[in-house]
Design a protein around this ligand. Structure first.
Ligand code: FAD
Length: 422
């Protein structure tokens, strides 16, 4: 039965919310803790890349939300609607009010499909797909693809798992080789950014992957519109201070320049990550940045994860304004910091000595049986696990890392991480 006051109220029962709840409950089972989440489902999203490539079952990425709530923690099956931080209160869409001693905000990220004109209609067609929305459709689209131009792209907004769009392209390359259409295909990876990956030596390794796979890499291509009838995607040339985009004729792509900064490219298949933001109820709340580059994202200190204006509020996961990649791997290092800080504050009002260094990792599958584990922290500094690095050359795609991704990490997620055991 739900109470109306909790020592710790956690908004969101995804990766961040459940890891935090489980670790808190293990450390102090007298605390009255609730996870608020109206969803019936809990998803293991990192395996969606494998689902799209036909090598993992979608149903194995889902559990009932109720089944992952730690025993002894309440599940409030309601949708958080408004925050009243001065009154330590959260109001729900269902019309209830909950008060708290400490609040943890972890509601994930929101897909803003309508922020890219034409995307909603394009997703209704048989040629456009997204691993972020329906990885099983990506597989259907790839199976039906008979050759032509396959475009993979991503938006200029922050996205969860920034590596996922390029992983989709690498897996498509191998899929098309197996299905016999790769020789009839121009495979394009177009990004608003300037490079494939920000951290060395992973960038060099991925540039090598792209070269060997003969993927056509397009930098400064920011998707701004899709015309699903003409099967065209419009990009804005996004190179700072450069108004004149030039096309590379010898690539032989069906693309043309319109005006000064628009490139129009025809596609036969299109995969993309939609524009993303913090959920509206966070964006429009007093808890988010009102201005600046982090506008709309949850305002927390990047090391303590404590809200910068409300001392009894903490945030983690995709919704938080943290200058690192938004991944479950990052959350594994964030949750212990949130937990230690809340427990210390309950004890004596201070913060613990634990700090988050910005650790995140991107398991970049580069083909069937190949994965490069890019681990890094704030300021794009490599932060590879010392033990793994001693055993393997983690700067390169490896079969052992693929085994980690496909078999070990899902098991660890359901059986250890969500139980607060690591
Ligand atoms: C295609 C893809 C590939 C990925 N690959 C990887 C990978 O290889 N490795 C990796 O580490 N990460 C990967 N990720 C990213 C990872 O899944 C996310 O970073 C992680 O799940 C974020 O956790 P979270 O708790 O912030 O949000 P989520 O896990 O998304 O959970 C948010 C929860 O909040 C709930 N919620 C939302 N609004 C409300 C509300 N108003 N009230 C109450 N509850 C609410 C939702 O129902 C949901 O249960 C991938 C993601 C995708 C989509």
């Amino acid at each position: 039965m739900a109470h109306s006051h909790y020592d710790v109220l956690i908004i969101g029962g995804g990766t961040g919310g459940i890891m935090t709840a489980a670790q808190l409950h293990r450390k102090d089972n007298k605390l009255r803790i609730a996870v608020m989440d109206p969803s019936k489902d809990h998803w293991y999203q990192p395996a969606w890349t494998l689902v799209a490539a036909g090598t993992f079952d979608m149903k194995d990425t889902r559990r009932d939300e109720a089944s992952v709530i730690p025993p002894g923690v309440d599940h409030v099956k309601e949708y958080a609607a408004t925050f009243e931080p001065e009154a330590n209160t959260v109001r729900t869409r269902e019309g209830n009010a909950y008060t708290y001693g400490h609040l943890v905000v972890a509601p994930g990220i929101q897909m803003n499909i309508d922020d890219l004109p034409g995307l909603r209609e394009a997703l209704q067609t048989d040629h456009v797909c997204s691993n972020y929305i329906d990885p099983e459709k990506t597989l259907r689209v790839m199976k039906a693809f008979k050759g032509g131009v396959a475009v993979f792209t991503q938006p200029s907004t922050p996205i969860k798992c920034g590596g996922a769009p390029q992983k989709a392209a690498y897996m498509a390359d191998e899929f098309f080789r197996k299905s016999g259409v790769r020789t009839k295909t121009k495979l394009v990876f177009a990004t608003p950014g300037s490079m494939i990956f920000g951290v060395q030596p992973f960038r060099a390794a991925l540039e090598d992957v792209i070269r060997k796979k003969e993927i056509i890499f397009k930098a400064f291509y920011d998707p701004v519109r899709i015309d699903p009838v003409k099967k065209e995607i419009h990009f804005k040339w996004s190179k700072p201070g450069d108004n004149h985009c030039a096309l590379t004729e010898e690539q032989g792509l069906p693309e043309k320049i319109e005006g000064e900064r628009t490139i129009v490219m025809k596609y036969d298949m299109l995969h993309l990550a939609p524009p993303q933001s913090a959920p509206d109820f966070v964006r429009n709340s007093p808890l988010s940045y009102a201005e600046g580059p982090n506008k709309g994202w949850l305002e927390v200190d990047i090391h303590t994860l404590q809200h910068t204006r409300y001392v009894n509020i903490f945030g983690l996961g995709d919704a938080a304004a943290l200058p690192t990649a938004k991944t479950g791997a990052a959350i594994r290092k964030q949750a212990p910091v949130v937990v230690a800080n809340i427990l210390q504050r309950i004890k004596d009002g201070a913060l613990s000595k634990n700090e988050y260094s910005g650790y995140s990792s991107c398991p970049l599958v580069t083909g069937y049986g190949k994965m490069l584990l890019a681990e890094f922290k704030y300021d794009n500094v490599r932060d590879s696990d010392p033990l793994l690095s001693r055993l393997f050359d983690t700067g390169k795609p490896l079969w052992s890392m693929w085994v980690l991704k496909k078999y070990m990490l899902p098991w660890l997620y359901w059986n250890r991480m969500l139980k607060g055991a690591m």
